[in-house]
Design a protein around this ligand. Structure first.
Ligand code: BV8
Ligand code: ZN
Length: 242
């Protein structure tokens, strides 16, 4: 199924980094952003996933997040997530960088995860910073309030917001130092996450993309493995014998 040279190279690599996007969760039933059934189709992302809209209309933004929290709490990791857990166990130095906020990598058992855009399971108070997980929130029609009276927001990175600096730096470091970089299920459009694959390539890593479609990145990758990650990744690790 795969080029034998590629399998041999992957088996002897020591340092591997992976960037995942919404496509990796598509086979779990989580709609991607830009796909046909794209989440962004139903909603105006710019109007929902940003701080100003939240301050202007917290109830509307919370309605969207309550809908996504419920949907993400009812889905399960797919074979693609489980293959990444096996890869983490196999490689001496493995970094999983994700743009996804759906918590599925953690549920699948991945350990060393860099959550670039936060995690939909976490929330915090805008005024006092107190953290709340979903179970502690009364999810209703209006945005939940903290005991101090402050507005509670989801702990995700909105457009125009900085990514957590320490996590982003760790992701840049992993991309610079790895021998193999996988770009999985991402349209590679949202920065600064979209910079990581080219940072790895510039640092002479082997750049592999898994995606049923071509993306902005495809022309620059060493291997474009065309297909769903939930099918390709299990085949890849099977051929690698891990
Ligand atoms: C920042 C969390 C610095 C929230 C997300 C112009 C105006 C304003 C801003 C900008 C601008 N130009 C650039 C920017 C910066 C902006 C940006 O990149 N915008 C894009 C749209 C151009 N970035 C930011 O704002 C970032 N912050 O830059 O701060 C700064 C600060 C202050 C002032 C100046 C600068 C913050 C970005 C984070 C936004 N938050 N999510 C939430 O989810 O609610 S982004 C969200 O969208 C995701 O996290 C993810 O990153 C992105 C979606 O991308 P993908 O994951 O790739 O998903 P997509 O649907 O696009 O693609 C899916 C792919 O999977 C497809 O290729 C498909 O073919 C494939 N696929 C489908 N099925 C499968 C599959 N693949 C494999 N298997 C399958 N089965
Ligand atoms: Zn508070």
């Amino acid at each position: 199924m795969f080029d034998s040279g590629l399998i041999a190279y992957l088996k002897k690599a020591l340092k591997v980094a992976v960037l995942t996007g919404a496509g990796v969760s598509a086979e779990s039933g989580v709609p991607t952003f830009r796909g046909k059934e794209g989440l962004w189709k139903k909603f105006k992302p710019e109007e929902l996933a940003n701080f100003d809209s939240f301050m202007k209309n917290p109830d509307i933004v919370w309605e969207w997040y309550a809908f996504r929290k419920k949907m993400m709490s009812e889905v399960h990791p797919n074979p693609g997530h489980h293959s990444l857990v096996k890869m983490e166990e196999y490689y001496p130095d493995f970094t999983l960088i994700t743009q996804n906020i759906d918590n599925l990598h953690r549920i699948a058992g991945s350990k060393n995860i860099l959550e670039l855009h936060g995690n939909i399971r976490r929330n915090y108070c805008l005024d006092c910073g107190r953290q709340y997980d979903d179970e502690q929130l009364q999810m209703g029609k209006t945005a939940p309030r903290c005991e101090c009276g402050g507005l509670i927001r989801p702990d995700v990175v909105w457009f125009g917001e900085m990514l957590p600096q320490d996590i982003l730096n760790a992701a840049f470091r992993a991309a610079e130092e790895c021998e193999v970089f996988f770009s999985l299920g991402t349209s590679a459009l949202v920065s600064p996450a979209s910079m990581l694959p080219m940072i790895a390539k510039t640092a002479n890593a082997l750049l592999i993309e898994i995606n049923p479609e071509e993306t902005e990145l495809t022309k620059a990758v060493d291997h474009h493995l065309q297909g769903p990650s939930g099918e390709i990744l299990p085949q890849l690790i099977q051929e690698m014998g891990i």
